[in-house]
Design a protein around this ligand. Structure first.
Ligand code: NAG
Ligand code: NAG
Ligand code: NAG
Ligand code: NAG
Ligand code: NAG
Ligand code: NAG
Ligand code: NAG
Length: 407
């Protein structure tokens, strides 16, 4: 009992500070004309790194707010620390072909290109550096330890640059950081565990880098409260989500194009209350799809294409009433395509091509490949008699000689 009431008090306290924080972040977003909170990220391009945040480059940046301009005359300790941090950063930038950092001179950091100031959440009369946006800068350099001095930052967008090396441990100081986008750079080394210590982080995007090794299970625990996780297109070689104590608040999880291997754990059910998009394309997944995938009742996008999955489509998928995109292409799946999946009310695109399915149940036979129907269906290169573009009898017999029992 005591534990329970303690928890609810803690939740209330969190709720209040969260609301204040949301005001800070959303005023910053309005300020920058950003609309990038993770949940708004669209589904189909989730694997690609360069589609987002691109629109607000090229904004004029002088006098972006009266208060920011005013603060330039009233330097404060927090802006002084930011000045030290940004000058240290500039010293380890070795190439800046688009002149993003050319005007990073002098103490008026709020006038620096790509640096955005806003009133501090705890001290509304004080301007602080709340955002850094160097998207598509093509800048080469490192992230220095001094970035830890930018403890007022709510967002860092470094998409499409040539930053390399590892993330400094001092980033743990950025307790207000809400969005961290490091996508499409040259960061290396193991998973940057420093991000796990950022209490406000909601949006983590490290796709298209050279991170390697294991994706730590702590990424899926209650020590982080992430809404979106993009780790695709790195060199990660394993992930262990088999523990039953995992939890996740993420609505979008993209692991694609890493050599993770292994089976999809039934613990995926721990993600049920929030997960809307799960992209596991080309992750060397093997084994059967567990029934528990059907417990992810909020799913809109499920893409497990280009893996080594075997066995049938779990009947439980017929319960995914919000599912819009289902891609099982390029696996070794077998069995009957269930009518309950083909008739899902929101399914717009259902792809099973390049598998070994041998039958399509009832209404599945009425799905068409065109966009004309409710559900675009692609069943090429399977083993369904009477359907066009199927595999040869010989290929099918060879595969069906080795039946798979999953459940
Ligand atoms: C910025 O604001 C200052 C003071 O309000 C003004 O003097 C200056 O001309 C403005 N600069 C630009 C580029 O609008
Ligand atoms: C950057 O500045 C240099 C030197 O002033 C100039 O030659 C170059 O054209 C600038 N590059 C861009 C993309 O504006
Ligand atoms: C963390 O931020 C505080 C100010 O909030 C600063 O005094 C301290 O030096 C920073 N620590 C690091 C490691 O940058
Ligand atoms: C799950 O529990 C085990 C054993 O108590 C612990 O070692 C592990 O760190 C926990 N994992 C997470 C992600 O919390
Ligand atoms: C699949 O992932 C591997 C990394 O595991 C990558 O090298 C390969 O290019 C990816 N394939 C496609 C088609 O993206
Ligand atoms: C359906 O999804 C597949 C895989 O993502 C894609 O290649 C195809 O173009 C989509 N079809 C339609 C009609 O949108
Ligand atoms: C498939 O379509 C045909 C003709 O449009 C219709 O008669 C039949 O009932 C449909 N089958 C199912 C299972 O809905």
């Amino acid at each position: 009992m005591a534990l329970f009431s303690f928890t609810s008090i803690a939740k209330c306290a969190n709720a209040i500070s969260f609301i204040l924080f949301v005001v800070y972040v959303s005023s910053l977003f309005n300020h920058l004309n950003l609309a990038s909170v993770a949940a708004k990220h669209s589904s189909r391009n989730s694997v690609h790194a360069s589609h987002h945040h691109g629109h607000h480059r090229g904004r004029h940046h002088s006098n972006h707010s009266d208060s920011a301009a005013a603060s330039d005359d009233h330097s404060n300790a927090r802006l002084d620390r930011a000045f030290l941090a940004l000058q240290a950063w500039k010293r380890v930038i070795y190439s800046d072909p688009n002149n993003f950092t050319t005007n990073w001179k002098g103490p008026s950091v709020c006038t620096y290109k790509g640096v955005y100031c806003a009133p501090a959440p705890d001290e509304p009369k004080t301007q602080v550096v709340a955002g850094i946006d160097l998207n598509k800068g093509d800048i080469a350099g490192f992230l220095p330890d001094e970035l830890g001095l930018l403890s007022d930052l709510a967002l860092i967008h470094l998409n499409s640059n040539r930053f390399c090396g590892i993330l400094p441990q001092s980033l743990a100081n950025l307790t207000l950081l809400n969005e961290l986008d490091l996508s499409n750079n040259r960061f290396v080394g193991p998973f940057p565990t420093v991000v796990l210590s950022l209490p406000s982080l909601k949006y983590l995007d490290i796709r298209y880098n050279e991170f390697e090794g294991t994706i730590p299970p702590q990424l899926f625990s209650n020590i982080v409260q992430l809404d979106a996780i993009f780790v695709n297109n790195n060199r990660f070689t394993s992930i262990n989500i088999a523990a039953s104590n995992l939890s996740s608040s993420a609505s979008v999880v993209v692991f694609a194009n890493n050599k993770l291997g292994g089976c999809l754990s039934p613990s995926i059910a721990n993600f049920a209350d929030t997960l809307e998009e799960l992209l596991l394309i080309n992750t060397s997944l093997s084994g059967c799809l567990p029934q528990q995938v059907g417990f992810l009742y909020k799913l809109r996008v499920l893409d497990v294409s280009n893996n080594n999955l075997v066995g049938p489509i779990p009947y439980s998928l017929a319960g995914l009433a919000h599912l819009e995109q289902l891609n099982l292409a390029n696996n070794m799946m077998t069995g009957i395509v269930p009518a309950g999946v083909c008739s899902l009310p929101n399914l717009a695109n259902f792809t099973i091509s390049y598998n070994y399915f041998c039958e399509e149940d009832g209404i599945c036979q009425n799905l068409t490949t065109s966009k004309g129907g409710k559900t675009a269906f692609d069943d090429r290169r399977n083993c369904v008699p009477e359907r066009p573009y199927q595999r040869s009898q010989k290929e099918c017999n060879a595969a069906l000689e080795h039946p798979v029992y999953c459940f």
